[in-house]
Write a protein that binds this ligand. Structure first.
Ligand code: GLN
Length: 423
């Protein structure tokens, strides 16, 4: 008998065009009576499936974006001390005061945004929960949410689970000669409609590495104001910037403070993706709504790790400079190895992923290529189609994560040489 767990997102993907919008396999159809209609419209995460495949084939995991190196000693110590001193029961549902205060201080110091930690912060189980709790708190059935595409794969299912319909706006890749991912102003304007409730802006961006500039953010601001739309920003890669790029929080632009929900977390800035501590910062009425959803979803994020989070946010400025510099070195380590092997790389300006074009390998699809790469070459990547509504749009792209030790990247580079000789 086939169980539901036998249906991997990649196998399911062969039968359905996309993670977010199409019917599931026969296995699900047979059990339909027991299932919510909503879950038929998306698959499990392909990113996390690729991690399972990396383990199965003993491959170098450049798929899921988590560091394979240690978290900073100070914050590990702070977590141990919190457990030792018995911070082991529920924190206040919407977050420990120490962490909320540190979040407000960092937003003031870095972006000049004044935040009331008592009324405007909700600490969640990762920015993943902050995003879905926000969408559940603001969306009604029939609302639309504008999402730039390629997109981080959670946003589609998040919108569907909250009853909203995602409306996609293309980010267009740069020319081979270099440059930035861009979007068309008219296409964006056209996406704002009568039922538009919110736009999700992820900057620095996963998977493209784009860092939205002031002019682009001002255009988004103008549309949000004109159409009375919220902005939900995912700023989890805020501190990971290259080539002099600047991170601008949308909430800091005139007119946006009262219509922006700013989402962030500990995972990427402090290399603790498994701690599951993230947050949303929003005006009081929206914060209240998010707090209610969060309360009944998870009650609260891990209490001792929230205390350690407060210690993390109080690290000195040079911590962030070194973090970005180390990631720049890793980017500049992986890209030449990929290029040598035949990938065309879209050089990221932020975050820790590189999107690549795989046309040179003449594979029919990204999914087939990723399967070959993990089984035969021993490297896991993420098929590009998982970042697009229509799989064909990502059929010649794959994403690599470079948040890995230099020796992991060396091993990947060594294995990539085999890829070249196979062709
Ligand atoms: N953000 C990470 C990625 O894109 C993964 C996050 C997750 O799996 N929750 O790979």
């Amino acid at each position: 008998m086939v169980s539901l767990t036998d249906v991997s997102p990649l196998r399911a993907r062969r039968n359905i065009p996309c993670a977010s919008l199409f019917p599931m396999t026969q296995v699900f159809a047979r059990s339909k009576h027991f299932l919510s209609d909503k879950v038929e419209h998306f698959t499990e995460s392909v990113i996390r499936e690729m991690t399972r495949q990396a383990m199965q084939y003993n491959a170098v995991n450049l798929a899921q974006g988590f560091p394979d190196f240690s978290a900073p000693a100070e914050i590990k110590r702070a977590a141990q001390e919190a457990i030792e001193s018995d911070v082991n029961q529920y924190a206040i549902t919407w977050g420990a005061k120490s962490l909320r205060t540190a979040i407000a201080k960092q937003m003031q110091d870095r972006q000049g945004i004044e935040v009331d930690p008592e009324k405007e912060v909700v600490v969640c189980c990762g920015s993943t929960e902050a995003m879905i709790a926000t969408l559940l708190a603001v969306c009604n059935a029939g609302d639309e949410v504008v999402v730039f595409e390629p997109f981080y794969e959670n946003y589609g299912p998040d919108a569907i689970l909250s009853g909203a319909k995602p409306r996609y706006v293309s980010l267009r890749p740069p020319q081979p000669s270099g440059g930035e991912w861009t979007f068309d102003e008219q296409e964006l304007r056209h996406a704002f409609q009568r039922h538009t409730k919110a736009i999700i802006v992820n900057t620095p961006n996963n998977p493209t590495g784009k860092v939205f500039n002031r002019k682009e953010l001002e255009l988004i601001r103008d549309l949000c104001v004109e159409y009375n739309v919220l902005a939900i920003t995912d700023e989890i890669y805020e501190h990971i910037l290259y080539d002099g790029s600047e991170h601008i929080s949308l909430a800091r632009l005139d007119g946006m403070r009262d219509r922006t929900i700013t989402i962030n977390g500990l995972s990427k800035s402090y290399s603790v993706t498994g701690w599951r501590v993230g947050w949303a910062v929003a005006p009081p009425a929206i914060t209240n709504a998010i707090r209610k959803v969060h309360d009944f979803l998870t009650v609260g994020a891990p209490a001792p790790l929230q205390e350690a989070g407060a210690a993390a946010l109080n690290l000195p400025a040079n911590y962030y400079r070194e973090l970005a510099e180390r990631y720049r070195t890793r980017r500049d380590h992986l890209i030449p190895a990929l290029e040598k092997a035949g990938f065309r790389c879209y050089r990221p300006r932020g975050a820790y992923y590189v999107m690549t074009d795989i046309s040179a390998f003449a594979f029919a699809s990204d999914v087939e290529f990723a399967a070959y790469l993990v089984k035969e070459i021993g490297i896991a990547c993420v098929p590009g189609s998982s970042f697009y509504k229509h799989p064909k749009d990502g059929a010649q792209q794959v994403r690599f994560a470079f948040c890995k030790k230099p020796e992991t990247l060396d091993e990947a580079a060594r294995r990539l040489q085999k890829l070249k000789t196979h062709l």
